[in-house]
Design a protein around this ligand. Structure first.
Ligand SMILES: Cc1cc2nc3c(=O)[nH]c(=O)nc-3n(C[C@H](O)[C@H](O)[C@H](O)COP(=O)(O)OP(=O)(O)OC[C@H]3O[C@@H](n4cnc5c(N)ncnc54)[C@H](O)[C@@H]3O)c2cc1C
Length: 565
């Protein structure tokens, strides 16, 4: 059982403090109870109680201070940060969000050469501070090149910060807001830190209708000295992208947490709902939907866990995480939407009820594919790796499960962001070839046809510039990488082969769907269309095995967890 079950929490940790952080966090929410949780959500109450808990228990200080800047329990350890994010998502996206934007706000600080501000940040974390990441602007969306926030140089060598930011979480209370701008009169980027309570910092309003505070803020000639500067020029640009590299990975964990709680609640309802004299879960299509939801969720978790191994093992020589992180961001979060859709199709009216977790999940799951770069932006990034992935593999040392208590030093020293096309990957074929499972076999054949399309019906120059076409290609490529990470992790976690085969049943159908989509693109050529049709395959039917998966792996989740009232 790899799904989070807060009432039987038994994950492996290298130290007692890590376990304590998770157990205390779970206890905080269970003590709060579902009624209060929902009431606060409904009334959009700022989560002061949670932040007080974080402060008293030094939770962010432990998890978000890199080794060397804080107490002996402090390190930036993706293994435990993943689970913490999952727990927060499990209880509510707003709690996860205040953590997430703190992660982002801390990125440019821990990447900075400014030691004084790093020491100060460690003290602020100990004091219970939260942080913010001021990158986005109202008019520019994904186009950060057009940033208008300025630092205007003054005669004494200092600056005045002038401009506005939009969609900035935590900016109502952040101890420091890492703010991205340009030096006025130049095209030089800069990151500087400012206290959200500074008199020249105007928190204009909350632009969203939620417990979270996602602000529009303005700096009215706020004085900034060299002591407040985190980075300049190329380093500031790299800090922006490298911070998002870390942050975008966490989005997958919010989706996993949300889906896990929603699955428990939905399944519990359906199993105990009797229509026409029998449980709703006796309908074959209901079983199918729950089986698909559960297997999709397991895949999401296995992929995100495996991607963490690569993230933690990354180095200047091994930058494979730059593909795997956007795959987690784009694919795990959109799979989360599918999981909720499946569940909602079954529980129907129940999914609207104000007292349930589900209605919150149904709303919040939509956010994750859209934050920190949309699905499109991430697919556009992912396709850059495709030629190297398929046609230029290289051997790498085997990456084991990374649950050791290391500080993830490289995350704050990722270096230049360029050269993506030159990154080399280990060969994807052996892990597929090693499996004798029937649906892995079908999937492998689909991948072979896709690769053949790339080789023999290669997208032409005009198609390479047709983003709509590339999106469809990127969906298929992403699925291949996703399946590879998943399969790698089934060798590390003891997942029953029958369950893995059932997961691939879903993936084979998804592959077919994406192939049909590519087939229908306006610019697809006859040769490409012919390949697409060959990619449309049916999973191998084994009714007995599917029935066993339902009985042994899905149904037992129905009464496994219920939040304290
Ligand atoms: C609740 C919430 C919280 C947020 N918190 C923060 C925060 O704390 N800090 C912060 O800095 N930002 C934050 N953001 C901003 C968020 O990161 C942006 O919303 C996101 O990057 C997408 O920008 P956009 O919504 O303006 O879309 P736009 O950039 O306007 O995109 C419009 C369309 O163009 C497509 N597109 C754009 N560029 C490309 C490309 N290169 N390739 C392919 N397609 C492309 C997009 O996919 C989209 O379909 C937050 C946003 C929300 C809603």
């Amino acid at each position: 059982m790899i799904l989070l079950d807060p009432k039987h929490h038994d994950r492996k940790y290298a130290d007692e403090r890590s376990r304590e952080v998770m157990q205390k966090t779970i206890a905080f929410f269970e003590r709060k109870g579902k009624r209060r949780l929902k009431e606060d959500d409904r009334e959009r109450v700022w989560y002061a109680d949670f932040l007080e808990f974080v402060k008293t228990e030094r939770i962010f200080a432990t998890l978000l201070t890199p080794a060397g800047y804080g107490g002996p329990d402090c390190r930036w350890d993706t293994w435990r940060n993943c689970e913490f994010a999952e727990i927060l998502g499990f209880y509510g996206l707003a709690y996860w969000y205040t953590w997430q934007v703190s992660v982002l706000g801390l990125g440019p600080i821990w990447m900075s050469q400014n030691q004084a501000i790093k020491q100060r940040t460690a003290r602020l974390l100990e004091a219970g501070g939260i942080f913010a990441f001021g990158l986005s602007e109202r008019a520019h969306g994904a186009d950060v090149y057009s940033t208008e926030m300025q630092l205007v140089p003054q005669a004494d060598g200092s600056y005045l910060a002038r401009g506005e930011k939009y969609y900035i979480g935590n900016a109502n209370q952040a101890a420091l807001v890492s703010t991205f701008g340009k030096i006025a009169g130049t095209q030089d980027y800069v990151f500087f830190a400012i206290d959200s309570q500074h008199e020249k910092f105007e928190c204009i309003r909350n632009v969203v209708n939620s417990q979270s505070y996602v602000s529009n803020f303005a700096l009215h000639d706020a004085p900034i000295s060299e002591a407040d500067i985190l980075s300049k020029g190329k380093q500031a640009w790299n800090a922006a992208l490298n911070t998002v590299n870390i942050g975008k990975y966490n989005l997958g964990w919010a989706s996993i947490g949300i889906c896990t709680h929603a699955l428990y609640e939905a399944l519990h309802h359906a199993v105990h709902r009797n229509l026409y004299g029998r449980a709703v879960t006796e309908f074959p299509h209901v079983r199918q939907l729950f089986t698909d939801a559960t297997t999709r969720l397991l895949a999401m978790k296995l992929v995100a866990l495996r991607a963490a191994d690569y993230l933690r093992s990354a180095s200047p020589e091994d930058r494979r995480y730059l593909l795997y992180n956007p795959v987690v961001k784009m694919k795990v979060t959109t799979q989360g939407e599918d999981v909720i859709d499946h569940l909602w199709d079954v529980i129907a009216a129940k999914g609207f009820e104000r007292d349930g977790y589900f209605e919150m999940a149904a709303r919040d799951i939509r956010a994750l594919p859209k934050l920190e770069g949309t699905v499109h932006v991430n697919i556009a990034l992912i396709v850059k790796f495709m030629p190297s992935f398929f046609f230029n593999p290289q051997s790498h040392p085997e990456i084991p499960r990374r649950d050791d208590p290391a500080n993830d030093d490289f995350l704050f020293d990722q270096g230049p962001t360029k050269g993506l096309g030159q990154i080399r990957f280990h060969d994807y074929l052996p892990v597929f070839a090693a499996s004798a499972l029937p649906n892995v076999g079908v999937f492998r054949e689909q991948v072979a046809v896709f690769r053949e399309l790339l080789e023999k019906a290669t997208p032409g120059d005009s198609q390479a510039n047709d983003i709509d076409f590339l999106m469809a290609v990127g969906e298929i490529f992403t699925l291949v990488v996703y399946a590879q990470l998943l399969l790698e992790n089934t060798a590390i976690y003891p997942i029953e082969p029958e369950l893995v085969n059932q997961i691939f049943d879903v993936l084979v159908r998804d592959f077919s769907r994406h192939a049909v989509e590519l087939h229908g693109k306006p610019t697809s050529t006859p040769a490409q269309m012919e390949h697409c049709l060959r990619m449309v395959r049916k999973p191998v039917v084994d009714r007995d095995a599917t029935a066993r998966v339902w009985k042994q792996h899905v149904l037992p989740l129905a009464d496994r967890y219920e939040m304290n009232p």
